[in-house]
Design a protein around this ligand. Structure first.
Ligand code: APR
Length: 198
């Protein structure tokens, strides 16, 4: 391979469904992407943290945590596989959906089901709140240790199924991947699915 230039790596990939809805992948920081709703990879205590959670609270300002404080006081937190909604503070969005992904152990402790549930709950919240565009990070594949090669097919399957439905307010799903390596995994998976499904 020495002497060969690396092929150009595209950092945007878009899949259009037959009903006109779109699923798009980009590399970037989710706090900088405009969308009706931004999804956070949160924890059950809704207590904030590092990774995308930290970035969302830093960029969105204190109002998001104030709303989470109220939710925590009312219902105690958010179980794995579920999501709660707040405003988006200073973020370029109307809502943040705080989804709690599974901590990965070995893949046999319901992690795939919990991860799929996270995406579905966020899409349900999108429908309830008349959200047309929603951006997701790669839930659970950071601190929570879910192997991205196993997580990406689940994320893409759940969002694609939703976009394919005849009745949905969601017109566009955007995955904002934080590194080229993560993007490459998602794009290979999306390409494989698109080729298989036509
Ligand atoms: N934009 C997009 N993606 C990001 C950003 C960002 N600004 N920052 C981090 N990421 C990526 C990570 O690189 C990873 O691929 O988001 C993915 C999810 O990683 P984490 O944020 O660590 O989320 P998760 O694995 O679900 O762990 C959740 O981490 O921060 C804590 O409070 C959070 O306890 C919870 C846990």
């Amino acid at each position: 391979m020495a002497g060969h230039a690396r092929p150009l790596q595209l950092t945007v990939m878009e899949h259009q469904f037959s009903n006109g809805r779109t699923l798009k992948l980009v590399v970037g920081d989710i706090t900088r992407q405009q969308a009706d709703a931004i999804v956070n990879a949160a924890n059950s205590a809704l207590a904030g943290g590092g990774g995308v959670d930290g970035a969302i609270h830093r960029a969105g300002g204190p109002s998001i945590m104030q709303e989470l404080d109220k939710i925590r006081a009312e219902v105690g937190g958010c179980p794995t596989g579920h999501a709660v909604v707040t405003g988006a503070g200073k973020l370029p969005a109307r809502f943040v959906f705080h989804a709690v992904g599974p901590v990965y152990r070995d893949g046999t402790h319901q992690e795939p089901a919990w991860l799929a549930s996270c995406y579905r709950k966020c899409l349900e919240l999108a429908e309830e709140n008349d959200v047309k565009t929603i951006s997701f990070p790669s839930i659970s594949t950071g601190v929570y240790g879910y192997p991205i090669r196993d997580a990406a097919p689940i994320a893409l399957r759940e969002t694609s199924r939703h976009l394919d439905r005849p009745e949905t307010t969601v017109q566009a799903v955007l995955f904002v991947l934080f590194s080229q390596a993560d993007y490459d995994v998602y794009s290979a998976c999306l390409r494989a699915t698109s080729t298989r499904d036509g």
